[in-house]
Structures are given as structure tokens and as C-alpha cells.
Design a protein around this ligand. Structure first.
Ligand code: HEM
Length: 223
């Protein structure tokens, strides 16, 4: 039955070459830990991506319960954590994943750095990588405010004070991020929108560029 559906679509759209191109692409020997164990450092990028996928999936489920306004945010998270079936697991995955993705991304960056993989012809992919780095950090920063508890509030106070310390543009940056003079309703709404729409959109675009270039150039060879 499934085969018939597949054949029907394939006859009309010729989809086989699309996935064959990916499925038949062999893992190069020098990045395969099954061949040399030390090649596991080449897996850090893929492991970072794996955690990113977990973050996106768990985050989508969180939005089914999370209410992004200052009256309900804290209670909606409390309810999810303590009342909803498996809510604790979903929130736990997103909470711990947020730290793990940064650790994995950092290890991946170190691998790329110490194998000199940022050099010609991969300079552009390093630049995309740096943008990915900031997007992931910004996701961590904006997500931290969303539970709207004391820790969230004061972490954001500190973050905005750091932004304000920037020369010339500091005050403007703080007001732009907070959406006004204080950390309040506008800040939460803004951080929520940035956390679930703006940054994930940028992340997907950048990852597309990252993977396109990796496929085009191959993963760098042995030292
Ligand atoms: C969400 C974050 C990121 C993900 C999911 C990701 C994913 C990947 C993957 C799967 C690869 C293939 C090789 C490997 O796995 O090591 C790769 C390669 C690469 N990445 Fe990333 N990456 C991320 C962030 C970064 C950052 C922060 C940098 C640098 C600032 C960077 C620079 C590069 C470069 C230059 C390559 C090519 C390396 C080579 O050919 O040896 N990436 N990335």
C-alpha cells in the first residue's frame, strides 16, 4: 500500500533522486568514529544539531501550555511542570537541552578551530557558524525570562545592564530589548516573540546555509 502511494508520487514528481542523493552519500572515512575512535570529535556538529531538533520539538509542545503574559506566565509553567501528564519531562528536556546545546556547540567550535577548518575554502561557513553561535546564545537569553520567576527577572536585569554598558548605543539597546523603561509586560511579549519566531527562523535559515556549504565543500580532511 505504502509502496503504491510512493510509486504514484514518484511517477509524477521523480522524488527518488532527491533522497537518494542524501542516503547514498557515504560518511568519509576520516570522520567516522567506527574507523578511528578519535574521529568522534567530528560528530560534535551533528550532535549539536540533534539537540537543536530536541529543542524545537520540546519547545513546540511547551507552547501548548505556556501563556506569554505577566499575569499567567509563571502559573502556566507551574501547571505544566506539576499537573500536566509528562509535562515535567517536556520542560526538563527543553531546560537541560538549552545548556547542552551550548556545550555541544562550543565543543564543535573548538574542533573546527583546532583542525584549522575555518581556513580557505571554508571561511564563509565559519562566518555562518559565528552567527549561529550568537543566535543560540540569544535563544538562551530570551528563553530564560519566560518562566517569569525571580531568577528569570533578575537574570534579565543583569543582561539588560550588560547591554546598557555598551558605548554609545547602550541605552538604546536596553530600551529596544525591554520594550520600554522597565522589565514588564512589553519585555515578556517581546522576548517570547523573539524566542519562538524570530530566532528559530534565523536559526533554520543559517543551518540551511551551514549544511549546504558542508555538502558542497565536504568535511575537511586529516591534518
Ligand atoms: C547550532 C549550531 C551548529 C550546528 C548544528 C552545526 C553543525 C555542523 C555540522 C553537522 C558540521 C559537519 C562536520 C561536523 O559535524 O563537525 C559542521 C561543520 C562546520 N561548522 Fe558547524 N554547526 C554549528 C555551529 C557552528 C559554529 C558556532 C561554528 C564556528 C564559529 C561552526 C563552523 C563550522 C565549520 C567551519 C564547519 C566545516 C568544518 C569542516 O569541514 O571540517 N559551526 N557544523
Amino acid at each position: 500500500m505504502l509502496q503504491k502511494v510512493y510509486d504514484w508520487v514518484d511517477e509524477r514528481l521523480d522524488i527518488t533522486p532527491l533522497w537518494r542523493d542524501i542516503a547514498d552519500h557515504e560518511v568519509p572515512e576520516h570522520v567516522n568514529p567506527a574507523h578511528h575512535f578519535s574521529a568522534f570529535v567530528y560528530c560534535f556538529g551533528g550532535m549539536t544539531f540533534f539537540v537543536v531538533v530536541i529543542q524545537i520539538l520540546s519547545g513546540m509542545f511547551l507552547t501548548m501550555y505556556y501563556v506569554p503574559d505577566i499575569i499567567h506566565a509563571y502559573e502556566s509553567v507551574y501547571y505544566l511542570q506539576n499537573e500536566v501528564t509528562h509535562g515535567m519531562i517536556v520542560r526538563g528536556m527543553h531546560h537541560w537541552g538549552a545548556s547542552l546545546v551550548i556545550v555541544m556547540m562550543f565543543l564543535h567550535t573548538l574542533r573546527v578551530f583546532f583542525t584549522g577548518s575555518y581556513k580557505k575554502p571554508r571561511e564563509l561557513n565559519w562566518v555562518v557558524g559565528v552567527l549561529l553561535f550568537f543566535v543560540i546564545l540569544a535563544l538562551g537569553f530570551t528563553g530564560y525570562l519566560l518562566p517569569w520567576d525571580m531568577k528569570a527577572y533578575f537574570a534579565t536585569v543583569v543582561g539588560l545592564e550588560i547591554a546598557e554598558a555598551a558605548p554609545f548605543v547602550g541605552e538604546f539597546a536596553r530600551i529596544l530589548m525591554a520594550g520600554g523603561d522597565i522589565i514588564g509586560a512589553q519585555t515578556l511579549a517581546r522576548f517570547f516573540a523573539i524566542h519562538v519566531f524570530f530566532l528559530p527562523g534565523a536559526l533554520l535559515g543559517l543551518l540551511g546555509a551551514h549544511f549546504f556549504m558542508i555538502r558542497k565543500q565536504g568535511i575537511s580532511g586529516p591534518l
